[in-house]
Design a protein around this ligand. Structure first.
Ligand SMILES: [Zn+2]
Length: 104
């Protein structure tokens, strides 16, 4: 397995993840001993939640590549707005993101 800063292996369950978002997403529960305790999703749970285990052996969250493209565009847009319109409220940015969402 070739790993990099995005492709990573979980030290807890040993599964491989295509993105940090996917890695973060498979960690559920609460920190600090609160219930439900912090743990890894089981492969069966990830499949049930619509995750996909790619042919390359890496898990991906259910967001489609199209959606991932939208998210990165939206994020870039948000960053630009942050610089150019510092007074813009977060809710306004969220509204803008909704407008950009394809098919809505
Ligand atoms: Zn894990």
């Amino acid at each position: 397995m070739k790993l990099n800063k995005h492709r990573n292996q979980c030290g807890g369950c040993g599964e491989y993840f295509a993105t940090l978002t996917a890695f973060d997403g498979h960690r559920v529960g609460k920190f600090g001993g609160a219930e439900p305790a912090r743990r890894c999703l089981k492969p069966a749970e990830m499949l049930a939640d619509g995750w996909r285990l790619g042919r390359d052996g890496f898990w991906r969250k259910r967001a489609s590549t199209r959606m991932a493209g939208w998210l990165s565009r939206c994020d870039a847009d948000r960053q630009a707005r942050k610089v150019n319109e510092r007074r813009e409220r977060a809710t306004d940015v969220a509204e803008e993101c909704r407008k950009l969402k394809p098919g809505s």
